[in-house]
Design a protein around this ligand. Structure first.
Ligand SMILES: *Cc1c(COP(=O)(O)O)cnc(C)c1O
Length: 355
């Protein structure tokens, strides 16, 4: 039987998507050829790319609003640099809420001045800073909507005229937001959309072309837009699987429907973390807790061996916390069923009973 997969990334994808993807590897569209051995310029693949780009915009409610969707390579990590290359002329403002924000700041500093508007580093990133000011003369404001490692999530975004850039790698397509508030959104596929190997970038075209530096072609969003995300050979398999996942999401009822299920999953797990005396959440402030990645610890570390053997025996995978936090992390991405969270909660209760 398939395991209950709480892996933080690469992570669970819908089983029906896996099935279709494996069929396409053997024989794509009845061509008697594999998806991964045909030209990316063939009509069959161009249709995949077009569909994936259109579905991404549709799920975010950004069709016909001046946005373009791209499927690029280099991971979210390359976007840390690309964002600055394309948008940073003088000064950029960054909110530092964890390892990924920290890395984004480091790359931006290569190209210009960075103002850290707020940071939760002093308490190991266990909360989301509030009440900070975004300087009105910044070229853009950058934030990370969901902090995969620490298990915090932004519930609100600043009201500002400065373009907002957001790393949504680990919560894209998981909840409804007014996405038109963002000038640029990026997300590595492997957290909530597909296999590792492609990164979704959704960018408002009118923010581009304003910096004076020369931008290398592969790092230039305008080049990728003008070539309809086919400037060079795209990551055909990851793009195809992402397209299938976006179709699956549409069949499920879209972001609004999946958000309801995500809320149920998070409520189920956090209420057990708060109720069960053997566990405590890593993030004290409830409103800052991530609905995608729940981080928690045992209150008594002598329970560790027993808890670990219980969840492994229950068919659970990927529950160990990131080394910078320790403890446990349950990642509850879109494709994780509510039943898997119930299995984890049952194990937590079994640990309590056996004491
Ligand atoms: C995983 C992750 C990244 C890094 O993604 P790569 O594709 O490995 O470069 C960046 N930001 C966030 C929020 C992540 O969860």
């Amino acid at each position: 039987m398939k395991k209950h997969n709480f892996s933080a990334g690469p992570c669970i994808l819908p089983q029906s998507v896996m099935q279709k993807a494996s069929e396409a590897v053997l024989n794509f569209n009845g061509l008697d050829l594999s998806l991964i051995e045909i030209s990316h310029r063939s009509k069959d693949f161009v249709d995949v790319m077009d569909k994936a780009r259109a579905l991404a915009l549709e799920h975010l409610g950004l069709q016909n609003k001046g946005y373009q969707a791209l499927f690029l390579q280099g991971g979210a990590s390359l976007e840390f640099l690309m964002v600055a290359y394309n948008l940073l002329e003088n000064k950029a403002a960054y909110l530092n809420t964890g390892t990924w924000s920290d890395k984004a700041i480091k790359e931006a500093k290569l190209l210009g001045d960075v103002v850290e508007v707020a940071s939760s580093k002093e308490s190991n990133f266990n909360y989301i800073p509030k009440n900070y000011e975004v300087p009105s003369n910044a070229d853009y404001f950058h934030c990370t909507s969901n902090n995969t490692i620490f298990g915090t999530q932004l519930q609100s975004f600043p009201e500002t005229n400065v373009p907002i850039v957001c790393d949504m790698s680990s919560d894209i397509f998981s909840r409804q937001l007014d996405f038109s508030k963002f000038a640029l959104i990026y997300a590595g596929a492997q957290k909530n959309m597909g296999p590792a190997g492609t990164t979704l970038v959704v960018v408002k075209e009118d923010i581009l072309g304003k910096v004076s530096r020369k931008i290398p072609s592969m790092l230039n969003y305008q080049v990728h837009i003008s070539k309809e995300s086919m400037f060079n050979t795209p990551a055909v398999f990851p793009v195809y699987v992402s397209m299938l996942t976006l179709e699956w999401l549409k069949d499920m009822g879209g972001v609004a429907a999946i958000e309801k299920i995500n809320n149920q999953k998070a409520a189920l797990l956090y209420s057990e973390i708060d109720r069960n005396p053997l566990f405590e959440g890593f993030v004290p402030n409830k409103e800052d807790r991530s609905k995608m990645n729940a981080t928690f610890n045992l209150t008594d570390n002598n329970q560790k061996d027993r808890f670990d053997s219980l969840w492994k025996a229950a068919g659970i995978n990927g529950l160990n916390g990131h080394r910078s936090v320790g403890g446990y992390r349950a990642s509850m991405y879109n494709a994780l069923p509510l039943e898997s969270v119930q299995v984890l909660v049952d194990v937590m209760q079994e640990l309590e009973r056996s004491n």
